[in-house]
Design a protein around this ligand. Structure first.
Ligand SMILES: Cc1cc2nc3c(=O)[nH]c(=O)nc-3n(C[C@H](O)[C@H](O)[C@H](O)COP(=O)(O)OP(=O)(O)OC[C@H]3O[C@@H](n4cnc5c(N)ncnc54)[C@H](O)[C@@H]3O)c2cc1C
Length: 492
């Protein structure tokens, strides 16, 4: 019997393969990277330091996903406390917001102005908000929008908040208004949110593998192979052709280790490769669909990891850098994620994160220039001295974020309609695979549903119905995901 191919060895592809291999060992994962599994959730290991592509919290409302993680890593999965702050205007704001500290930092006059602009927005809201700016201003007022949303969001997306779709705000911060935020901040300040609050648990602590998220995916890959499946590294799928007579997919891939091109046949394919690339790879896609796929955009990402003498400057897991004076968007302290991320207790490792577009000035800067920039900006913010920096490492991550501009949903719908009507046995799952702003749990859940469909022999589950909390809701299929996130700026 011809086997099943999962394209991509990130969380979605490996989850699919792991779930499948319990039933069928004829599963092959093709992973383009020659070294690492885990995709965006991999952990880089160099000179004894471990660091993520952005810190990766493991949290999920889905029992199935959490059970999966525990089954793979057991006691190697740590429960870690969360601490994060916002840096803006030379001050640190606890995040999630703490009312007292926020009012103190803002000062009486600014706090009053924020209140007035909030009341104004409530009395004169923009009807049918279409952009991120309109949506957030309606909820919080223009002053709070510019302090807590505008600069960071624009760093992340590289475009004005007036160009970003309101969908993105609705997906990430649905149901959060100033009233809710204040209520949470007051509860937090009074310590009243400690019990019976699921959201609190998600926000204040999280699971994390003791050596980073890559550990999870390396172990998953090992277990897949142990059960008879194959995880082929350095194998990039380049073309997919459906043979309607044989009812088989012929998948061509380049094998970087062997230095040649090979073909594998599959009766079923689960793809997690970026949707735009997939539409170029499939043979026979109508020109208008390929042109539509070409319009999907991505935001790219650079981590500059600095190995530095630990002067206990901060113990946050990460700090959001809203200040427009510096380019850095967020700073991770990987030792706070897990002490095992650094090889020596006298050292720590900061990950300075830069959002960019592939090919722009930041992306094309040399590693030396980026390390110098990160070192300079760390000092500018007051979190580290250049003389303490021992070494720097640079990782460029293309396609870190699928962009939600005003038109993306229409493009995705066109592609999805064509795929569903023309590609039997092919399912798309995961983050870039679906061009959906998914975390690991959501990406995994879509993979789990695809496997259920495959094993049942019909498409009983619609993977587009998984919302941001990795919950399956039939009614959400075409309207974009929903799901409450009480963390307004938590762009991951
Ligand atoms: C900065 C940042 C921080 C994040 N923080 C969190 C967090 O705290 N918690 C959380 O749960 N999630 C977080 N995420 C999201 C998480 O990284 C993704 O949800 C997850 O990695 C998506 O899994 P995936 O398998 O769909 O895709 P990916 O991780 O993108 O994996 C896809 C894999 O497919 C491979 N591939 C691509 N094309 C081909 C091809 N043609 N042939 C073969 N292989 C191919 C890639 O090399 C890659 O390994 C974060 C993301 C970012 C960018």
């Amino acid at each position: 019997m011809t086997g099943i191919v999962c394209i991509g060895g990130g969380p979605a592809g490996l989850t699919a393969a792991y779930e499948l291999v319990r039933h069928r060992p004829d599963v092959t994962v093709l992973e383009a990277d020659p070294l690492y599994v885990g995709g965006i959730s991999r952990t880089i290991q160099v000179d004894g330091f471990c660091f993520d592509i952005g810190g990766h919290r493991f949290f999920s409302k889905s029992r199935e996903v959490v059970d999966f993680w525990k089954e793979i890593l057991g006691s190697q999965l740590l429960m870690r406390p969360r601490k994060s702050r916002i840096f803006y205007g030379g001050k640190f704001y606890p995040y999630p917001l703490d009312l007292k500290a926020t009012l103190c930092n803002l000062g009486m006059i600014e706090s009053a102005l924020c209140g007035i602009s909030y009341l104004y927005a409530r009395c004169f809201p923009t009807r049918n908000p279409k952009t991120f700016e309109e949506w957030v201003t309606n909820q919080f007022g223009s002053r709070l929008f510019s302090i807590f949303f505008k600069t960071y969001t624009e760093k992340v997306w590289g475009m004005s908040c007036s160009e970003i779709s309101a969908d993105w705000a609705a997906q990430r911060i649905k149901n959060l208004s100033l009233f809710e935020a204040l209520k949470n901040a007051v509860m937090r300040s009074l310590g009243l949110n400690k019990k019976n609050n699921k959201i609190k648990t998600l926000i204040e602590e999280f699971l994390y593998p003791r050596k980073g998220p890559g550990m999870m995916w390396e172990e998953a890959a090992r277990k897949i192979e142990e059960k008879g499946g194959h995880v082929q590294m350095g194998c990039k799928a380049t073309s997919l052709a459906y043979d309607a007579v044989a009812k088989l997919w012929n998948i061509e891939y380049s094998d970087s280790k062997a230095g040649n091109t090979k073909t594998i046949q599959a009766s079923q394919v689960i793809s997690t490769m970026p949707l735009r690339e997939l539409m170029h790879a499939i043979k026979g896609v109508p020109a208008h669909v390929v042109e539509t796929a070409e319009k999907l955009r991505y935001r790219d990402f650079i981590t500059v990891a600095l190995a530095i003498t630990d002067r206990s400057k901060f113990d946050d897991n990460w700090i959001y850098i809203h200040s427009p004076e510096v380019k850095v968007g967020r700073i991770q302290n990987f030792k706070s994620w897990s002490p095992e991320m650094v090889p020596d207790d006298a050292l720590t490792c900061y990950g300075l994160e830069y959002f960019c577009f592939e090919g722009d000035g930041l992306w094309n800067a040399s590693d030396e220039e980026l390390i110098a920039l990160a070192t300079r900006e760390l000092e500018q913010i007051g979190l580290g001295s250049p003389s303490d920096v021992r070494k720097g490492y640079v990782v460029r991550q293309p396609k870190a974020y699928p962009v939600y501009d005003q038109d993306y949903q229409g493009y995705v719908d066109i592609i999805r309609d064509w795929l569903e009507g023309s590609c039997p046995g092919l399912q798309i799952v995961g983050r870039n695979g679906m061009h959906k702003y998914n975390n690991q749990d959501h990406s995994m859940m879509t993979a789990m549903l695809a496997v259920k469909n495959l094993l049942a022999g019909d498409k009983k589950y619609d993977v587009w119905c998984v919302n941001q909390d990795a919950e399956y809701h039939e009614e959400e299929s075409r309207s974009g995901a929903s799901g409450e996130r009480l963390v307004p700026t938590a762009v991951r």
